[in-house]
Design a protein around this ligand. Structure first.
Ligand code: ZN
Length: 244
């Protein structure tokens, strides 16, 4: 579909429908049989908003349907509580390090994407706009976060770490055993204090591979925004997954 990422090809999955208690459009739920599953697990993807049900091998389709019907109200509430989806398209305004960027299609221009004041200009076929805008944001994140990580690592007397930009669903950053920092590109959509904290957190793991007292003391030395940023992520983090 236009403006959405193309899904990876995969065996067609079976879907069940759940009708909301108070009427309204039925909700499609993708079934995933898992031979290791011990119970039925219903989830809603915080990014795409798709519902999925994992079922153990011994559970029948009828039993899965009955389980879903019993959870209809929960599922409906869960879907409604998702932050609004913001598709990357011409004219969309997206948050960017505490300010905003307006996505602006430049059909006749050469190149891919570039920043012009508070606009992100994107050249070429409009079908490529979402990907090109995302690529620009990822590149920006890589450069900016690598710079910040190097600065903070040097404050701990450590060499600049390798920074890898990802799109994880459940964590904003992580620090691998080999010292590589993995960071979500979506942090560029949050106020700059938030990325500053997440990077400080992961850099502090270069010195302390735990969440003990020494670790938090190191984080506090590397950023003045710790408590404010943690609160922001708890309150608004989910919304970052709804862009693009
Ligand atoms: Zn940690």
């Amino acid at each position: 579909m236009f403006g959405l990422r193309r899904p990876k090809p995969r065996a067609p999955a079976r879907q069940l429908q759940v009708s909301p208690a108070k009427g309204g459009a039925p909700i499609a739920v993708t079934l995933r049989r898992n031979h290791r599953a011990r119970r039925l697990v219903l989830t809603v993807d915080p990014g795409g908003g798709a519902a999925a049900l994992v079922i153990p091998p011994y559970v029948s389709i009828g039993e899965a349907q009955a389980f879903l019907d019993s959870r209809a109200e929960w599922l409906e509430r869960r879907m409604k509580s998702l932050p609004p989806r913001v598709v990357f398209a011409d004219g969309a305004v997206i948050p960017f390090l505490g300010a905003t960027l307006r996505l602006s299609h430049a059909p006749d221009a050469r190149g891919t994407a570039w920043r012009e004041a508070d606009a992100l200009r994107v050249a070429g076929d409009p079908r490529h706009l979402p990907r090109r805008a995302t690529d620009w944001l990822k590149r920006f994140a890589r450069d900016e976060f690598a710079r910040l990580a190097a600065e903070k690592a040097s404050a701990l007397g450590k060499p600049a770490p390798r920074v890898s930009i990802r799109d994880p669903k459940r964590q904003w950053g992580s620090c691998a055993r080999d010292g590589t920092l993995r960071l979500s590109w979506r942090l560029v959509l949050a106020p700059s204090e938030v990325a500053d904290y997440v990077i400080a957190h992961e850099v502090a793991h270069l010195a302390e591979m735990n969440h003990g007292r020494e670790f938090w003391a190191a984080v506090a030395r590397l950023t003045p925004h710790m408590s404010q940023a943690r609160l922001w992520l708890r309150r608004h983090g989910r919304a970052l997954l709804r862009y693009g």
